[in-house]
Design a protein around this ligand. Structure first.
Ligand SMILES: Cc1cc2nc3c(=O)[nH]c(=O)nc-3n(C[C@H](O)[C@H](O)[C@H](O)COP(=O)(O)OP(=O)(O)OC[C@H]3O[C@@H](n4cnc5c(N)ncnc54)[C@H](O)[C@@H]3O)c2cc1C
Length: 244
């Protein structure tokens, strides 16, 4: 899902790379050539405009930005979960984790993460698609949605935003047919277990760490003919919507 990802700068957008800029799709394509039981990678790597997002990190050198979010949401960093700007053109979200997030993170530095799902649309406060924006422009759009577009570096301190383009990040969610994803132990194989986001686990939810873990558990159980199966999935109830 992070294959061919690229990082930009505050001034420059992250480049949109190609599937052949990394080895993962090439590997699956060569394995699956002439072996239909190994799935069809083209179902997942052939529609980049539907599978890409821009992710970004923010580094703050003063507490003002975190205080602004705390005052708007009433949440202490690390307790609030994802904040989604549901009506934003880029469908942006941010997350303010508990600080420090990194080992050895300096005391006077706070870090946050965010992303936009509709990266080809023109922003509401920046008249460009998100995928063409450097970090400073992404910050400008974010501050606009927070009603803080008037706050400058003097009020907020310098916030360094670095964008990352991930061409295949939601490729697992693209429409697919039976057979596009191989089974954990493909038909006719006895010494090969496949794991990760693109194998077939009926009724399970892709994008999650749990999906990959369960695929590995299933592969080990089947190859070693163990009685155990992966733990059952937790069936959630109705979705909850949090929006600013
Ligand atoms: C921005 C972002 C946010 C996310 N948020 C969440 C979340 O909130 N909750 C959640 O459950 N999931 C989340 N995910 C998804 C989660 O990270 C993935 O589903 C999970 O990491 C997939 O695990 P994996 O082991 O299948 O693959 P990976 O974690 O990608 O591991 C594959 C490993 O293989 C290595 N590798 C690749 N090629 C080779 C090679 N040729 N030889 C040797 N090693 C190789 C890679 O370096 C990597 O370490 C998020 C992902 C991203 C990108």
């Amino acid at each position: 899902m992070t294959e061919a990802s690229a990082v930009g700068t505050p001034e420059h957008p992250a480049l949109l790379l190609d599937k052949y800029d990394g080895g993962a799709w090439k590997l699956w394509e060569s394995l699956a050539e002439g072996r239909p039981e190994l799935g069809r990678p083209s179902a997942f790597c052939g529609q980049v405009s539907r599978s890409k997002w821009v992710s970004f990190t923010g580094t703050c050198h003063r507490p003002d930005f975190f205080e602004l979010i705390r005052d708007l949401t009433g949440n202490v960093p690390g307790e609030g979960g994802l904040v989604t700007f549901a009506d934003s053109a880029w469908l942006m979200s941010i997350v303010l984790p508990h600080q420090p997030h990194f080992i050895d993170q300096p005391k006077d530095v706070d870090v946050f993460w965010g992303y936009g799902l509709s990266v080809e649309r023109t922003g509401d406060f920046v008249s460009k698609p998100m995928e063409q924006c450097g970090g400073d422009e992404i910050l400008q759009e974010l501050l606009g949605h927070l009603g803080a577009g008037h706050l400058d570096d003097k009020r907020l301190g310098k916030i360094t935003v670095i964008p990352g383009m991930m061409p295949f990040i939601t490729s697992q969610f693209l429409c697919r047919e039976k057979g596009d994803r191989p089974d954990v132990v493909p038909d006719g194989w006895q010494n090969l277990g496949l794991l990760g986001q693109f194998v077939e686990l009926p009724d399970d939810v892709v994008f999650t760490v749990e999906y990959s873990v369960r695929s590995a558990q299933a592969a080990v159980a089947r190859l070693l003919r163990l009685r155990s199966e992966p733990p059952p999935r937790v069936q959630g109830s109705a979705p909850t919507k949090h929006a600013v």
